[in-house]
Design a protein around this ligand. Structure first.
Ligand code: UD1
Length: 416
């Protein structure tokens, strides 16, 4: 068990390269195995442990997956033959359920364990399963597994509840090889969905409307391997912006798409941060003290739930009181850890009321989920004295070279 040690109180300065988007990578690596001609060569895939898990799942199902010496990920799906995904791998991460869409599309049958509960509340996959049924699969739930039989899936008109990102992605993967046309209504509009659509179209799929709430997929017979570079990680970028903001820093983010961060940028500007857009760059200059700002998380283009926790961390030392409403997940358990660092936060159902204090103090804290880990690290950077972060392997799921990048920006952070 390793931990991160942070000596807080240093403003971040310098520039940092943003990695490829974890959530895009998880979808695109799975979709790459849809190809039966050639192989996919994927660039800008981040090296978190979630991506490693999805690669292992594909290998277990019979696909060939490897990194070349230029750090590009090759996926060759021709030999995919096993229709049962392993519980031991799938239980590690919810996005593993994308393997169900892949198996149904490629093999016409899938047995995939239902992902269990998770630290950010109940996260069922009922919308995914309903979608597979609507695509003609015969679905049963037995012994903790979803078992689906379909032959070739049939295009259908599907309404997706709550504009679920995972459901949209899984059904896009499944429908791309279906017979006939699928229309996904109330589809998620996240940039990762658009990235997947562009990738699928490159492979020969016919996906239209990604980025709007109605996506139309004309099924094709086969897909082919292509080279593709995935989009930058908007959540990692937002996390570094908040790290700069809370420490009174001055940093440049390189390889970012500012358009994907419109609302977080507006909220940081309201808090007093100056943000200048360059060519694939953002220059972030923080004031001496942030101003309190209210935030409500919403599906894209609204404020992302994945930045809620880091934003709350920043608001802990802002001047005034912020009201943060979380509408997507049950994501406030980590505030107990922030309180141990001196934060003044009250939570009522899905709302956190954060009264800014002049200073946090370092403490031993426990990471409960991925974005909580980012929030605690950010708080530690601004806190007086030493913070010990336990449960770092959770942070490693989704942030590549996290402490190296922070160290490059002048933070005192190391792993023990
Ligand atoms: C994805 C992202 C996650 C992000 C979230 C919301 C990945 C790998 N993860 O998660 O980082 O925080 O989008 O932007 O891309 N729901 C159901 N039944 C379902 C599916 C979803 O009830 O079958 C509920 C969820 O519990 C949640 C809401 O719908 O309350 C939205 O979830 P969804 O958009 O599906 O999130 P994920 O795809 O799991």
């Amino acid at each position: 068990m390793s931990r991160l040690i942070v000596e807080g109180g240093r403003p971040l300065r310098g520039s940092v390269e943003i990695s490829g988007a974890k959530n895009s990578a998880l979808a695109i690596v799975v979709a790459a195995a849809l190809a039966t001609e050639g192989e996919c060569v994927l660039d800008n895939i981040p090296r978190g442990s979630d991506v490693a898990t999805i690669c292992q799942i594909l290998q277990d199902l019979g696909a060939e997956v490897w990194y070349d010496d230029q750090d590009r990920l090759h996926v060759k799906g021709q030999n995919l033959h096993k229709h049962q995904a392993s519980y031991d791998l799938v239980r590690r991460m919810r996005a593993s359920f994308y393997s169900a869409g892949l198996l149904l599309a490629r093999l016409g049958r899938a047995e995939v364990p239902l992902p269990g509960g998770c630290a950010i509340g109940s996260r069922p996959v009922d919308y995914h399963i309903k979608g597979f049924s609507q695509l003609g699969a015969d679905v049963t739930i037995e012994h903790g597994y979803m078992k689906a039989e379909a032959g070739r899936l049939k295009g259908s008109h599907i309404y997706i509840n709550r504009a679920s990102v995972g459901t949209t992605i899984n059904l896009m993967i499944a429908a791309s090889l279906a017979e006939g046309t699928t229309v996904l209504e109330n589809a998620a509009k996240e940039p990762e969905v658009v990235d997947l659509a562009i990738f699928l179209n490159g492979m020969g799929a016919k996906v239209r409307g990604a980025g709007t709430d109605s996506i139309r997929i004309e099924g094709v017979e086969t897909l082919r391997g292509i080279e593709y570079s995935i989009i930058p990680d908007r959540i990692e970028a937002g996390t570094f912006m908040l790290a700069a903001a809370i420490t009174g820093g001055d940093i440049v983010l390189k390889s970012v798409v500012a358009e994907h961060l419109r609302v977080p940028i507006v909220k940081l500007e309201e808090a007093g941060v100056t943000i200048t857009r360059g060519d694939n760059e953002l220059h972030v200059v923080a004031p001496n003290r942030l101003q309190a700002v209210d935030v409500e998380t919403l599906p894209y283009p609204g404020f992302p739930t994945d930045l809620q926790q880091p934003f709350v961390a920043a608001m802990c030392v802002a001047e005034g009181t912020s009201v943060i409403r979380e509408t997507i997940f049950d994501r406030f358990r980590y505030v107990d850890e922030l309180r141990r660092m001196g934060a003044d936060i009250k939570t009522e159902q899905n709302t956190a009321i954060v009264r800014g204090v002049p200073q946090l103090t370092g403490a031993p804290v426990e990471i409960t989920d991925l974005r909580a880990g980012a929030a605690l690290a950010i708080a530690a950077l601004a806190a007086q004295g030493r913070t010990e972060l336990y449960g770092v392997e959770i942070l490693d799921r989704g942030y590549e070279f996290f402490e190296d990048k922070l160290r490059q920006l002048g933070a005192q952070i190391y792993r023990e």
